[in-house]
Design a protein around this ligand. Structure first.
Ligand SMILES: CCNC(=O)c1c(-c2ccccc2)csc1NC(=O)CNCCc1c[nH]c2ccccc12
Length: 331
């Protein structure tokens, strides 16, 4: 089996996150979910939520699905590094993405979501595509959509072709040669943290020299920005007129009309370049002439994150073989 579905920016002006249409249950209920390689819970806004926590999201109503079955006495609760959180109970139901169906997929129904999720009216939930070891369901943890679908797939892979301010695709079970140029460079994945953790071979700022240095980080479609060690940030923002690290805004900001260099990172011998336009992320507040950078420091996170700002500069193959690997190509 294979599947292919759109990755749609939730906001027309800034790539905060991307959502993908999915069908759940019988008759199918269509929700738009954030496919997230940085977590492993599939959870949705549901009919169990208080109305006060719903602001325009589409909810999943298990009672309206003849194939929904409650997973009795199972609950879940997740808190993300940005402080957002959700929790609830668990059903299993039919789950279809771009023509690829998994029966008996665990669908975690929210009974409570934090305000940052309520405020995101275009995100109806998340599809975790990290490793199932991170799943928070108790007493028995549940498998991700990818782990459930893998045995039925032509190839045990999914690919991310995210785009800057436009619609990209997630493909499941096949690699679309038309979506990239040159070759795909595969590097090993360390699965023990539960994320798609790999080692980049270094970086360059603009047209400067490439600095060969190992950067251990995760490929995370669920995080908007790139978070890297402070030494790399200093090297980058030193080249940006008026850039400062702002306590007020919690990161590097600069005048929106400043000229930004591109940022290149290494995957083995290969090089992926993030255009400067991706790094001028967004005004700090609507209409401000101060912009927030798409590259930020990972010093307070304890982990380096290659989020959407980096992923949308490449065609990325999440290969779930034994052992898993991750592939990067220019496009
Ligand atoms: C900023 C969101 N990212 C994180 O918290 C995160 C961290 C992390 C850990 C410590 C401190 C900061 C971040 C490690 S892996 C990782 N990645 C994820 O957790 C990926 N899932 C994010 C889901 C998510 C959280 N808040 C949202 C708001 C809109 C759309 C999606 C989300």
């Amino acid at each position: 089996d294979t599947g292919s579905a759109a990755a749609i920016p939730v906001n027309p002006n800034y790539d905060i996150a991307y959502v993908t249409p999915v069908s759940i249950g019988t008759p199918p209920q269509t929700l738009h979910l954030d496919f997230d390689t940085g977590s492993s819970d599939l959870w949705v806004f549901s009919s169990h939520l208080p109305a006060s926590q719903i602001r325009g999201q589409t909810i999943y109503v298990p009672a309206n699905s003849s194939t929904a079955k409650l997973l009795a006495d199972h609950t879940w609760s997740i808190t993300y590094g940005d402080g957002s959180a959700s929790r609830g109970n668990v059903y299993v139901d039919n789950f279809t993405v771009g023509g690829l169906t998994v029966e008996n997929q665990a669908v975690q129904c929210a009974l409570q979501v934090s305000t940052s999720f309520t405020r995101e009216s275009n995100i109806d939930g998340l599809v975790g595509l990290g490793f199932s070891t991170l799943n928070t369901v108790v007493p028995k943890s549940q498998l991700t959509f990818f782990d459930n679908a893998k045995p039925h797939m032509d190839e045990p892979v999914f690919t991310a072709d995210l785009k800057w301010k436009s619609e990209g695709t997630y493909d499941f079970g096949f690699i679309d040669e038309k979506k990239y140029t040159g070759k795909i460079t595969y590097v090993p994945v360390n699965t023990s943290p539960g994320y798609w953790t790999f080692t980049s071979s270094g970086y360059a700022v603009g047209s400067g020299n490439f600095s060969a240095t190992s950067i251990v980080g995760i490929a995370d479609t669920g995080t908007s920005l790139v978070y890297l060690p402070p030494s790399i940030l200093t090297a980058y923002y030193r080249q940006v007129e008026g850039a400062t690290s702002s306590r007020t805004y919690g990161g590097y900001v600069f005048p929106c009309n400043s000229k930004l260099p591109s940022f290149t990172f290494g995957i083995g011998e290969a090089r992926i370049t993030i255009p400067s336009s991706y790094i001028s992320y967004a005004p700090v507040t609507a209409g401000s002439s101060t912009c927030f950078g798409g590259l930020q420091s990972s010093s307070s996170l304890g982990i380096n994150i290659w989020g959407d700002v980096a992923l949308k500069a490449a065609f990325v193959v999440f290969h779930g073989g034994n052992p898993p690997t991750i592939g990067w190509a220019k496009k």
